[in-house]
Design a protein around this ligand. Sequence first.
Ligand code: AMP
Ligand code: MG
Length: 498
Amino acid sequence: MNTATTEANSLDLGLNWHNSFAALGVDFFTELTATPLPAPYWVGRSKAVARELGLSADQLSSDALLQALSGNLHIAGTQPLASVYSGHQFGVWAGQLGDGRAILLGQTAAGQEIQLKGAGLTPYSRMGDGRAVLRSSIREFLCSEAMHGLGIPTSRALCVTGSDSPVYRETSETAAVVTRVAPSFIRFGHFEHFAYRQQLTELQTLADHVIDRFYPTCRDTTEFQGNRFAALLQAVSERTADMVAQWQAVGFCHGVMNTDNMSMLGLTIDYGPFQFLDGYDPGHICNHSDSGGRYAFQKQPNIAYWNLFCLGQALLPLIGEQALALAALESYKTLLPAALAARMRAKLGLLGEPDAQQAATDRRLIEDILKLLAADRVDYTLFWRRLSHAQGGRAPGPVRDLFLNRAGIDAWLLQYSERTSYMPHGLVADLMLKTNPKYVLRNHLGELAIRAARQMDFSQVQALLTVLESPFDEHPGFDDLAGLPPDWASSIAISCSS
Ligand code: AMP
Ligand code: MG
């Protein structure tokens, strides 16, 4: 359907809105409209997300959509609102938070919710200004699509619109809005909010909403004495385990794993000071504001459990028995290591189910290579990609060149070639090249695109989007986006300020 402006101040996108969150009632949100973003311009757009939403190329290039997604024009059928949630931040109960700068437009008939992040003040803005700056908006846009390209569950991003309108952080910057998309933005913190306030009716309404929309099989569970809320906790634990295993395997550090940033659907959400590792450092802290290293790379699996435990506590009034909640959480403890081992085995191209002896060999191979990578701070993405090519028949030189400890990597490569000697190398290399990306959104790549965007050159944002959408493909001509980071990359400091 064409973009059509219906009434004077309304745009009909033909998306057939439903708005099931808005139907929950006024305890869950405040209705409001976005604050207009003056004289907006396009910074980045995803044709893939537009297609998935059912928006045409014409719509995506229209001025009407630019205005609507910048908060300047109402979209017919939407019911804009900011939702209320609470949460634990850096391990401490933070009380009420809520959508301080994100406005939920509604839910399309196809079941996608659309949010405008940075669209102005809400009743939950607290000390903030309701805005998002250009740099963090570009990072969220690109990383959402990069994670999707990697096959990692995530919210998506349709576009970023920018403006010369000033916003003040450590210095004066400019404002932007990210249009982000997910089946739901409900967080652990939404449940913590109603549990803390002992609003048990609302707590149950919310749980049933999530079950009905996303986990309908929980309703008929035969586990947990038929307790659907325990089944919900287990299902969320399973999805979270799968997501975190994928983060660890690809070398993704989220940076702010507060319970208000944890999705009930096991999606990666709220991209802030995230980072894809350059050199492999298990203790890497990507968030400049995280002085204690609570969210260091290797701590993510345990932090996710800590967060699930908070969710379990919030659901306890519905679950009833503590033993059932603990049993539901147990699934994370089994699944996370199993999922991580499977992901790491795939990175090594180890096909098929291992027998007990092979499983032990594989565990050792993984542990040993991670130690070698850590000792020399070897570039994580380049190592796996080069290893994949070596399996495909290329000389192992480029792999060895990444290490100072040549004897160590030679010994490891020998063990690895023994383990894979009887495997079909073509198939192994195929699997590895589809598992180990050539392109990830390294900090310095984002930084260069941001610098250009500040000069109104958005070509780098679009070029990065192209390679990150299919990061396992070679993309001839874009090799400069797949090389080692420059020296200055390690001095980029990304904090919670956004
Ligand atoms: P975050 O660390 O980005 O997940 O944000 C934590 C909380 O602060 C959330 O409730 C956000 O909505 C809110 N917040 C962050 N930045 C701003 C801002 N500039 N204006 C209003 N609220 C904000
Ligand atoms: Mg957040």
